[in-house]
Each structure stands twice: as structure tokens, then as C-alpha cells.
Design a protein around this ligand. Structure first.
Ligand code: C2E
Ligand code: CA
Ligand code: CA
Length: 879
């Protein structure tokens, strides 16, 4: 048995070099070490022959009757190979050691080596078409292993004539020695060419060789015995040996088929797991290479361009690398395969000229070429080449397997293309092909997640794009957008993500940048757009406003950054600055705010404003004293807008006057309805400091009170502390006028406005509302409790009622009662409710009653009466 046929994986690695022409037989194999090893084997063998064995072959010896027989036997046993697959490695075992063992007994030792060489080389050269380097290597191994086997045999006095003692031991020892030489030689080549020594592999290999050697020599002994002593047994021995070999080969084939089914199953599973183009191609190439033990697998795919195909190979990290090749560079056999239905096997031994030409051009020893087809236009060819090792080549079975793999891959690739296309469409804008809003957000989130590099979002909106659309039509609008996209693309860096967020809004995501770079880019973009564009005969000049935000400076999450980029962009637009980096102060230019500002007037007129009522109760017995009216805006797009979002707008745009009148009207109507329903209660309305500057406010209120038939004492006006204190002199007059109507005045958000007692005393105030910031975290003995205690003391001194707002739980209520508050308002009692809900809620209260005076001092005091003030300059701490 001959270990040198064990396939040398180092001679036959999958080529990792992708583009080099693949011509030389040992591309990538260092030849020098191999030659050295060959030299050692050859010299060693010859030295043993001449100096130890002192062999002198003569021509008469060649006339020996057994020469031709054994030469034939060497050839046959060399040709018959058993394929043994151990894990990933395929071993091809020849039976030539059987012949060697027999020959030791029946041939003059001096011509053993030449006979073996000639018999073996004929097969390797003619049948197996082994390349010269390997042929030479095998010849050197044989010279050496025959010499060593002979030495062992001789020194153990092996002979047929001296009984079994001289038969069995020398034969076995000689065969094992030969097997050892073979295995060491092969290992040496592997180590030399792969530059690594693996003892485990070496030992495992040696073990296999020794077992094979033992098996062969045992069989050989049976043959020798039969030949020497009972020639009648020769035939049965040969027949049974042949049968065992055939059986073994059959078993191997079955085993391989079984493995292939498993691999196919895994392959399909793998394709389904990641149905994306590249993943499918990678799985295909890796699996095919492993399964067919090929050094090289290439996938050719037809492209929409007639004269081009793409070629995909795996790089050394098994990552697919694709490049385009011109049709003329693609081998004819590959082009033919595009239209064929079955695989073609190409071998060096083929007579077919086209096949030989292909191998030469492709630089391969053998190849399997199979078509790959999928849905629609998907067509390709898989070229699998260079079966590892050269004992076996691709078989018809391999072709069938490749065809099965290819058809699964074809289907998977079609699906993958579909998935990729859907993915692409869902993430890209169809007009410009740029990323869309969804993709932009996705990427922004990824970038932020991987932080901490500084990244920036540049949000751009074309100025007056609507005019283009309206005057020139959508067609020109689309052309303009495309041209803008094209110009933008020339201004961003390679790694930046350019997206069209919708309409005329574009965005750029930049990473690893400083503010200056971003602003410079924004200016460049504006500059590029400013160049006039000719769109189908129409010349247009377009400007853009760009908002810039930086992460983490302006936000660390995508929604905040995008909202702030929007704010900065609107600022740029409204202040005509072109480019604007976000600043917190710009927030009032937020688009939502601007929309709200634009819509407020009609909202007030169309009565989109409605009120919620939140009850207030007396702390000691829970009697409902009244309710505060809180305005809401039922906005057609934004839904219910809270007052904090539009009261300031109303104040700034002078619409607070109207708003307050609408609210007062509604609230007094509700108040009248409560009284009519038998539950008279007071209503509190918030008024703005601006309202206090309207000299006719008291008249308006008087008129409304009268219209709804509500007594002045049932209306409380709440004025925020900070507002009164900002300019008490101016508000005093109006407040007094209101007070004369019997209206109660409440100072809202009390504790936050640095109230000066001197002023408080002057104002016709009835109650203070402790701000909810003191109530929220209230607990026994903390600062908040101390402040509330001080407020209560002050209020007592000024004979004011104290109401606490923002009471959210039982505990706060209890503490407030202990601190001496008179009334409370907050979620604990009830949330602000719609009018009908409030009416229902009131009905459900057993103690609902009209407002009882909390303290007996609801009337304004004459100015200058400071008898109750303990310290006229006292100021309350604030939040
Ligand atoms: P405010 O006058 O201090 O009104 C109390 C706010 O606290 C209300 O918010 C109310 O819903 C909320 N609130 C009530 N109970 C609790 C509680 O237990 N916990 C907490 N955390 N909050 C509670 P809303 O309705 O959003 O009103 C906000 C502000 O808008 C009001 O503050 C008021 O200053 C102003 N506002 C509301 N309606 C009007 C109006 O008609 N005219 C004017 N000028 N301003 C108004
Ligand atoms: Ca209020
Ligand atoms: Ca308040």
C-alpha cells in the first residue's frame, strides 16, 4: 500500500488568489523544499542500495520469470485505488504494498526497485496523467521505501525456505517500514509547503498508513503462502480481495451520497436563513467548494448589460468578491453552459478539443461547469475546478450534485433579488434613487448607537419650491428635484449619507466631523444649488435653507436631533441666514410652533378651543368649591394641543385678548349651567398679564357676567405671580376694577415669582395658589414643607386663602392640611374633565356644594392698611 497517494492538501489548496491567471501546476507551492525532500529520499534510497545492501542488478536478473508478472502486479495495484474519506480529507489508498511484500519473496532484491518504479510510473503517467513534479516525488519515495523495506526484510532473514518465523515477521516489518517512509515523506512535503508542522495530523496519518501497511502485508502473506505452498488458493484469494475492494468502494459511494443529502439540507437551510443576495452567493460558493472538494469555485452571472458578466469568487476570508468581465474574456464553455440544461465535466484526459482549450485557458486540471437559473432574467454558470488531490476527478455524481445545488441556489438567488429589491424600494426614494426618510432614520440611529464619534445632520429645504410646482407644474418640479439631488451628491463626502426625506426636503448624515466642516459642507451645498439650472428650456435659480445639528451636542437620539435640525432649518429660512446651526433659543421657530401660530386666529374664531374643568375642594371636608377652566386646542393635525404650546403664541401675536374672551364666555356659560343644575359653584379662569393691560377688561368681564347671569363672586381670575410682579404698578388699576365687580383674584403659581409683600398688600387679591412644584415632592420636614408653611403664614397675615395645586396623592393632601392649606386641586381629586364629564362627576359627589367662603376675607382691603403685614419687605423663596 502506498502512502504517497494520500492526497496532499497542501498541493491542492483552494486558490485564494482571485485574479491571477491560473496556469502553473504548483501555483503558490514552494518548489525548493519539495526538491530537497525528493533529493533526500532519492539519495537515501540509493545509498542504502549501494552501501548497505550492496545490490548489483544484472541484465540476467531482468530475465527472471517473475519480473513481468510483478511489474504487471505493481501497475494493477497502483491503478486500483480505494477512496477513504476521513473527515475533510480524502485518502486514496493504493494496494501496491501488497505487491511489494509479495515481490520481496519472489524477485531478486536488486531489481525490486526498478520493477516497482516502472510498474508504478506507467500507471501514474499514462492512466493518471500525474504532473511531472508529483511523478518525480512518488518515484523518489519508492526508491527510498523499497530500499528500507529490503534492509528490514534482509536483516530479519526473510525467506520462504526457513518456515513461518522467517516469513511473517520480516514481511510485516518490511511493509510497515515502507509505510512509515511513505507517510513521513508525505508529511514532510505538507509541512514544507504549508509552513506548519502539525503533530496530531502527522501521527494520525502515520497511524493510517501503518494500518493500511499491516492490512496489505497480511493479505500479501496469504498470497505468498498460497503461491509457495498451495497455488490452488491463489484464485479464491484474489477473488475475495477484489470483492472486498468493490464492496468497500460501494460503501464509500453510499456514504458520500448520504453526506451529500445532509449537506444539501444544510445548504437549503442556510439559504433560507439569510435571504440576501450576497449571503446566498457566499453560502453557495463555500458549500460547493467543500462538497466537491474543489480548489476553486466561480459564479458567472448575466447582467443587464449585454456584453458583460459578473464574476464572483471567494477571497481568502471566504467573503464573496464580484467584478465585471467582458463577454469576450469568458471561456466559450461557460457561455455555452448559460443555455444548457445539464452540467459538463471537463477532464485533462478528455479528447474533446474545446475541453482541453478550456482547461488551458482556465489554468485548471479539471472542472465541472453547471448552469444556474432562477426566475425571470436570472441566469448564471457555476465553474468548479481543480478537484483537491489528483487521484480522483469530478464524477457524474458530482455533476448531479452540483446541478441540484445550482438549482436551489438559483431559486434562492431569485428570492434574494426580490427581497433585496423590496428592501431597496422600501428604503429609497423612487424619483431620485436616494435614501428615503426611513433609511435615513435607521442609519442615524445606528450611528448614534455606535457613538461616541461626533456626527451631524444637515437638513435642507428648498426655498419657494412650491411656487415652481404651482407655476411650472409637477413635471418641472420633479426635474428640479432630480437636478438638486444630482448636485447634492457631488458635494457630500463618500461616506456621507444623502437622503431625500420627502417633497423638497433633503438631509445629509455626516460622521466624524466638527462643526466647521459641517457648516462648510452646508455652504458648499448652497453654493452648488445657487448656480442657475436649465430644465427643459426653463432657467431656474433655487436657494435652500439648511439647518445643522451635531450629536452629541444637540441631542443623542434621532427624534430630538431631527426635530432640532428642523428648528434650525426653519430659523435659517425665516431669518434668511441660509445655514443655521441649532441653538436652543431657536425653538420658537419650530415648524409646529409656526403652524400653530398661523392657525391660531382661525382656531379662536372657529371655536376649535374648548375647556376642561378641574375641580377644587376644601381640604377639611372635601366640599367642592369650584373648578378651574383649562383651555385645550382641538387641532385638526396635531390633535389636542396643551395650553403651554399656544398661550405664549397668543400673547406674542396679540390674540390673547380674543382667546381670553372666548374662554371667559365658555367658562361663565358652564358656571351658569352648574347653577341651573342645582350645583352652583365658582369657576376659575386663567388670564394673562397682557389681559391686565387692557383697560376695558373689567367692562368685558362685567358684560359677560351679565350675559350669563353669573354673580361676580362666582368668578375667580388666576394671574401668574411672576406676571403681576413684573409690572405691578400697571396691573394694579385693572385688578382693582375687576375686584369692584366682586370677582375673586387668585395669584397662580405662587412661590415662583419673588412676590414682594409690599405689592401683595396693595393688590386686591383673594387667594394664593401654591405652585405645584412645591407640592409634587412634598414630604414631612423637607424644604417644600417649610416653604408652604411660610406661604400659609404670609397668607394668614394678609387674610388670603391658600389653595394647593398639583396634589397627586393622599399623603400630599394630608400634609397640606397639616400645614394649614384651605383648598386643593390636583389629579388626586380629579383630572381636568370635559364639561359633560365634569357635570357627571359633580352629580356623583355626595358633598358637592356651592363654594363656601374659605376664610372670611374675600373683600379688598383699603390701600395703605398694612396692619397685618409682619414684614413688608419679605420675599418668598422661589423655584
Ligand atoms: P396652571 O394655571 O398652573 O394650571 C394647572 C395645570 O396643572 C394644568 O395644566 C393642569 O392640567 C395641571 N394639573 C392639574 N392637577 C395636576 C396634578 O395633580 N399634577 C400635575 N402634575 N399637574 C396637574 P394645563 O391644563 O396643561 O395648563 C397649563 C397652563 O396653561 C396653566 O397652568 C395655565 O397657566 C395655562 N392656561 C390654561 N388654560 C388657560 C387659559 O384659558 N388662559 C390662559 N391665559 N392660560 C391658560
Ligand atoms: Ca391656573
Ligand atoms: Ca398653577
Amino acid at each position: 500500500m502506498d502512502g504517497s497517494y494520500v492526497e496532499l492538501s497542501s498541493f491542492a489548496r483552494r486558490k485564494s488568489d482571485l485574479t491571477s491567471s491560473r496556469t502553473s501546476e504548483s501555483a503558490g507551492t514552494p518548489r525548493l523544499p519539495v526538491f530537497l525532500i525528493m533529493a533526500v529520499l532519492l539519495m537515501g534510497g540509493l545509498a542504502i542500495d549501494s552501501f548497505v545492501l550492496r545490490l548489483h542488478p544484472t541484465t540476467e536478473m531482468l530475465m527472471h520469470p517473475n519480473v513481468w508478472l510483478l511489474l504487471g502486479a505493481f501497475a494493477v495495484t497502483e491503478a486500483v485505488v480505494l477512496h477513504v474519506e476521513l473527515g475533510k480529507n480524502a485518502h486514496s489508498v493504493s494496494m501496491s504494498e501488497l505487491t511489494l511484500t509479495v515481490a520481496l519473496f519472489f524477485l531478486p532484491l536488486a531489481i525490486l526497485a526498478p520493477v516497482r518504479l516502472v510498474g508504478g510510473c506507467i500507471v501514474l503517467f499514462i492512466v493518471r496523467r500525474q504532473r511531472p513534479l508529483k511523478l518525480m516525488f512518488n518515484a523518489c519515495v519508492w526508491v527510498c521505501d523499497v530500499a528500507i523495506a529490503t534492509v528490514v526484510f534482509q536483516s530479519l532473514h526473510g525467506s520462504l525456505d526457513n518456515g513461518p518465523a522467517h516469513l511473517v515477521v520480516p514481511a510485516l516489518a518490511a511493509a510497515l517500514a515502507a509505510a512509515t517512509v511513505d507517510s513521513l515523506a508525505v508529511n514532510a512535503v505538507i509541512a514544507a509547503t504549508s509552513h506548519e508542522v502539525r503533530f496530531r495530523r502527522t501521527l494520525g496519518f502515520l497511524r493510517t498508513c501503518l494500518i493500511e501497511g499491516l492490512a496489505c502485508s497480511t493479505l500479501a502473506l496469504v498470497c505468498v503462502g498460497a503461491v509457495a505452498w498451495s497455488p490452488g488458493l491463489i484464485a479464491p484469494v484474489f477473488i475475495s480481495t477484489a470483492l472486498v475492494m468493490v464492496g468497500f468502494n460501494l460503501y464509500n459511494r453510499l456514504r458520500k451520497q448520504h453526506t451529500n443529502v445532509n449537506v444539501l439540507y444544510d445548504f437549503i437551510h442556510e439559504l433560507n436563513r439569510d435571504p440576501h443576495g450576497l449571503a446566498v452567493v457566499r453560502a453557495l460558493l463555500v458549500r460547493v467548494a467543500d462538497l466537491l472538494r474543489a480548489e476553486d469555485v466561480v459564479l458567472y452571472m448575466v447582467t443587464p448589460k449585454e456584453d458583460q458578466l459578473t464574476t464572483t469568487r471567494l477571497d481568502s476570508d471566504d467573503a464573496p468578491m464580484t467584478w465585471a468581465v467582458h463577454r469576450s474574456e469568458v471561456p466559450a464553455l461557460v457561455l455555452d453552459a448559460l443555455d444548457s440544461a445539464r452540467p459538463v465535466i471537463v477532464r485533462e484526459t478528455d479528447r474533446n478539443v474545446a475541453h482541453r482549450l478550456f482547461l488551458t485557458k482556465y489554468g485548471a486540471r479539471d472542472a465541472l461547469i453547471a448552469p444556474l437559473k432562477g426566475e425571470q432574467e436570472l441566469r448564471g454558470v457555476l465553474v468548479v475546478s481543480d478537484r483537491q488531490g489528483d487521484v480522483s476527478t469530478f464524477s457524474a455524481d458530482d455533476g448531479l450534485l452540483l446541478q441540484t445545488l445550482a438549482s436551489h441556489a438559483g431559486a434562492a438567488l431569485s428570492n434574494a433579488r426580490l427581497v433585496d429589491r423590496l428592501n431597496h424600494e422600501s428604503l429609497h426614494d423612487s424619483l431620485t434613487g436616494l435614501a428615503n426618510r426611513a433609511y435615513f432614520h435607521q442609519r442615524l440611529e445606528q450611528v448614534l448607537e455606535h457613538g461616541p464619534v461626533r456626527s451631524a445632520v444637515l437638513l435642507m429645504d428648498l426655498d419657494r419650491f412650491k411656487e415652481v410646482n404651482d407655476t411650472l407644474g409637477h413635471h418641472h418640479g420633479d426635474l428640479l428635484i432630480k437636478e438638486v439631488a444630482r448636485r447634492l451628491a457631488t458635494q457630500v463626502r463618500g461616506g456621507d449619507l444623502l437622503a431625500r426625506l420627502g417633497g423638497d426636503e433633503f438631509a445629509v448624515l455626516m460622521t466624524g466631523v466638527e462643526q466647521d466642516d459641517v457648516v462648510a459642507t452646508a455652504e458648499r451645498v448652497r453654493g452648488a444649488l445657487a448656480q442657475p439650472m436649465m430644465l427643459q428650456g426653463v432657467s431656474m435659480e433655487i436657494t435652500a435653507s439648511i439647518g445643522v445639528v451635531l450629536a452629541p451636542d444637540h441631542g443623542t437620539d434621532a427624534p430630538t436631533l431631527m426635530q432640532r435640525a428642523d428648528v434650525a432649518m426653519y430659523t435659517a429660512k425665516h431669518q434668511y441666514t441660509g445655514v443655521q446651526v441649532y441653538e436652543a433659543a431657536h425653538d420658537e421657530y419650530s415648524p409646529r410652533r409656526l403652524t400653530l401660530a398661523g392657525n391660531l386666529r382661525s382656531a379662536i374664531e372657529d371655536r376649535q378651543l374648548s375647556l376642561r374643568y378641574q375641580p377644587q375642594a376644601r381640604i377639611k371636608d372635601g366640599v367642592i368649591l369650584g373648578a378651574e377652566a383649562l383651555v385645550r386646542w382641538e387641532h385638526p393635525t396635531y390633535g389636542e394641543v396643551p395650553p403651554d404650546d399656544f398661550i405664549a403664541i397668543a400673547e406674542q401675536t396679540g390674540q390673547i385678548r380674543e382667546l381670553t374672551r372666548v374662554v371667559l364666555d365658555d367658562a361663565l356659560q358652564a358656571c351658569a349651567s352648574w347653577a341651573a343644575a342645582g350645583t352652583p359653584m365658582s369657576v376659575s379662569v386663567n388670564i394673562s398679564v397682557r389681559n391686565l393691560l387692557e383697560l376695558d377688561l373689567a367692562d368685558t368681564v362685567a358684560e359677560l357676567l351679565e350675559r350669563h347671569g353669573v354673580p361676580g363672586s362666582h368668578l375667580t381670575l388666576e394671574i401668574t405671580e411672576s406676571h403681576i410682579m413684573a409690572d405691578p404698578a400697571r396691573t394694579t388699576q385693572v385688578l382693582h376694577a375687576l375686584a369692584r365687580l366682586g370677582i375673586r383674584i387668585s395669584i397662580d403659581d405662587f412661590g415662583t415669582g419673588y412676590s414682594s409683600l409690599a405689592y401683595l398688600k396693595e393688590l386686591p387679591v383673594t387667594e394664593v395658589k401654591v405652585d405645584k412644584s412645591f407640592v409634587r415632592d412634598l414630604s414631612e420636614g423637607n424644604d417644600d414643607a417649610a416653604i408652604i408653611r411660610a406661604i400659609v403664614q404670609l397668607a394668614r397675615a394678609l387674610r388670603l386663602e391658600v389653595i394647593a395645586e398639583g396634589v397627586e396623592d393622599e399623603n400630599a393632601q394630608r400634609l397640606l392640611q397639616e400645614l394649614g392649606c384651605d383648598g386643593l386641586q390636583g389629579y388626586h381629586l380629579a383630572r381636568p374633565m370635559k364639561p359633560l364629564d365634569f357635570a357627571t362627576w359633580i352629580k356623583g359627589r355626595p358633598t358637592a356644594s356651592r363654594r363656601a367662603p374659605l376664610r372670611a376675607l374675600p373683600t379688598p382691603r383699603p390701600a395703605g392698611d398694612n396692619s397685618t403685614a409682619t414684614n413688608s419687605t419679605q420675599t418668598l423663596s422661589s423655584r
